[in-house]
Write a protein that binds this ligand. Structure first.
Ligand SMILES: Cc1cc2nc3c(=O)[nH]c(=O)nc-3n(C[C@H](O)[C@H](O)[C@H](O)COP(=O)(O)OP(=O)(O)OC[C@H]3O[C@@H](n4cnc5c(N)ncnc54)[C@H](O)[C@@H]3O)c2cc1C
Ligand SMILES: NC(=O)c1ccc[n+]([C@@H]2O[C@H](COP(=O)([O-])OP(=O)(O)OC[C@H]3O[C@@H](n4cnc5c(N)ncnc54)[C@H](O)[C@@H]3O)[C@@H](O)[C@H]2O)c1
Length: 450
């Protein structure tokens, strides 16, 4: 039997970072990854990186023309992702203390896994410690005809589809739905989003949801709320999607149906029933230090049923590493305040409280708000749309921000830093920023508060 001090199931963000650190410290590591197409995990292969690469390319006309070349973009994406995958593999596989096994792992007891290889062979691996980092997979709703439709894809297939859809229907108006609508519309697809909630962008405040909706209207992205999809039927070259919209039957036509209705923890087939590791409706149950209900097993990233973001998985690594090699003080508590970005055009980044939440909680606040068009950099970038808004408490601490503007995904990190370090808003108001940048909007934004 193969043995190691540290055995990882899944080559995700937390696992690869922790494996690298432990191996560098001379501890033996076995990394088990099911697919040779997934070294480095979901983010780099089938999620954040390919989707943001296509998003970026969807905004960039081919030099000398006004067209965006979708086929070229997909080829470009394959080449970049292939390079990153190899780099990720070698970064840990080349360390003398690491063995990478390409096969699917399943618990047979709390210290032992069976690894099944593509050639039908199996092997047993014993771990003093075992770290589960198996991620999440797309939820496929039980809609008659959906999974059998040849036009149905999840984000994974969509990101590698060589042909640009002409009529794309997206079921689900969350992160993936909104981002893919933006990207594929910009490449030239006709896009309709069918979301089952009554409100567009139900998690966000109405002000920004209305601003995004107006931008979608302008771009020609159709958004249908309160849509309960009841059936999908393939009809030759396209599919018909039947839905009840606000109680009325409607039919939509698509040559690609993207299912983006959330993702669920990847625990099926892991053999958890052979252990005392508990699960709930969200995933593997962990405590604030990511320990499962079995002392030698930890769970990190999407599989533990929390917020599904790569930066959360990375922070999960920090929590576990701190237990193994540090003071053991880091915990999930520190993940409560984190920035989020939806990669729209312009992008939308948020952190902390929004105005509706502050009102509902009865928190006293002042509002700072400026239009994005006030910033020269927004004009340089050719998109002065949107606004920046922040909430400040009576003691001058920043309560939260909504940035719907060019480069919001960079600027939000400065606000996050200020909030985490309890800096009063005046620090950002008076900070000298490089010019011309979008960050300098923070001078103007907080200047409005005096
Ligand atoms: C389209 C899309 C876009 C996204 N964009 C962003 C974004 O812009 N920013 C952001 O922060 N987040 C984004 N996310 C979310 C982000 O991708 C995930 O939160 C993150 O990748 C989760 O990483 P992880 O560490 O949990 O594990 P993962 O990276 O998911 O790794 C899990 C690995 O485990 C392997 N595995 C599973 N079961 C087994 C088994 N039994 N044996 C062996 N191996 C196994 C899998 O093959 C996989 O490689 C996006 C997600 C999607 C789908
Ligand atoms: N930029 C980023 O950070 C980023 C980008 C993409 C994905 N992600 C992560 O991946 C996760 C999964 O993304 P997602 O968009 O699949 O999930 P999501 O939870 O963000 O959105 C799912 C949407 O689908 C709707 N829905 C559910 N069932 C439906 C049905 N039967 N018919 C119509 N609508 C339905 C929900 O109401 C919701 O609006 C996200 O929650 C996020 O954590 C992050």
């Amino acid at each position: 039997m193969r043995e190691a001090k540290n055995v990882f199931i899944g080559f995700g963000k937390a696992a690869k970072t922790l494996a690298f650190k432990l191996a560098q410290a001379g501890e033996s590591v076995v990394m088990i990854e099911g697919s040779d197409q997934m070294y480095g995990g979901t983010c780099i292969n089938i999620a954040c990186i390919p989707s943001k690469l296509l998003y970026t390319l969807s905004m960039a006309p081919v030099v000398g023309t006004k067209t965006r070349n979708y086929q070229q973009a997909v080829l470009n994406k394959r080449s970049v992702i292939g390079g990153l995958r190899t780099k990720n593999l070698h970064k840990i596989a080349d360390l003398p203390a690491v063995t990478v096994l390409t096969g699917w792992a399943k618990f047979i007891d709390e210290h032992t896994l069976t690894v099944s290889y593509a050639n039908g062979q199996t092997e047993q691996v014993h771990g003093e410690r075992i770290f589960i980092n198996t991620g999440a997979k797309a939820i496929l709703p039980a809609i008659p005809g959906l999974v059998d439709s040849k036009f149905m894809v999840t984000s994974t297939e969509m990101l590698d589809q060589a042909r640009l859809p002409q009529k794309l229907v997206i079921i689900g108006g969350g992160y993936i739905g909104l981002e893919f609508a933006t990207t594929y519309q910009q490449f030239g697809a006709q896009v309709t989003i069918l979301d089952n909630k009554a409100q567009f962008m139900a998690r966000d405040e109405r002000e920004v949801a209305q601003a995004v909706h107006a931008q979608f209207d302008q771009a020609g992205i159709e958004v249908v709320q309160d849509a309960q999809v009841t059936r999908v039927t393939d009809v030759g070259t396209h599919a018909e999607i039947t839905a009840t919209v606000a109680g009325q039957p409607q039919t939509f036509v698509a040559d690609t149906i993207l299912v983006a209705t959330g993702r669920v923890a990847n625990i099926a087939g892991l053999g958890l029933e052979n252990t005392a590791i508990k699960t709930d409706a969200h995933g593997i149950v962990v405590d604030d230090h990511l320990r499962t209900t079995v002392a030698n097993v930890w769970a990190m990233g999407d599989v533990r049923g929390g917020a599904q973001f790569t930066y959360i998985s990375l922070d999960d690594y920090r929590i576990v590493y701190d237990q193994l090699k540090g003071a053991g003080k880091k915990s999930l508590q520190e993940q409560e305040l984190v920035p989020h970005t939806v990669f729209l055009n312009p992008p939308l980044s948020t952190i902390g409280l929004n105005e509706e939440q502050a009102k509902a909680q009865g928190t006293a606040y002042r509002v700072a708000k400026i239009p994005a068009g006030a910033m020269p950099k927004a004009h340089i970038l050719g998109n002065p749309a949107g606004y920046l808004k922040a909430l400040v408490a009576a003691d001058d601490q920043i309560l939260g921000a909504t940035l719907y503007c060019e480069e919001a995904y960079e600027v939000i990190n400065l606000i996050s830093l200020a909030m985490h370090h309890h800096l009063p808003y005046q620090v950002l108001r008076d900070q000298i920023f490089a010019h011309p940048t979008m960050s300098e909007a923070l001078n103007d934004l907080f200047e409005t508060l005096g």
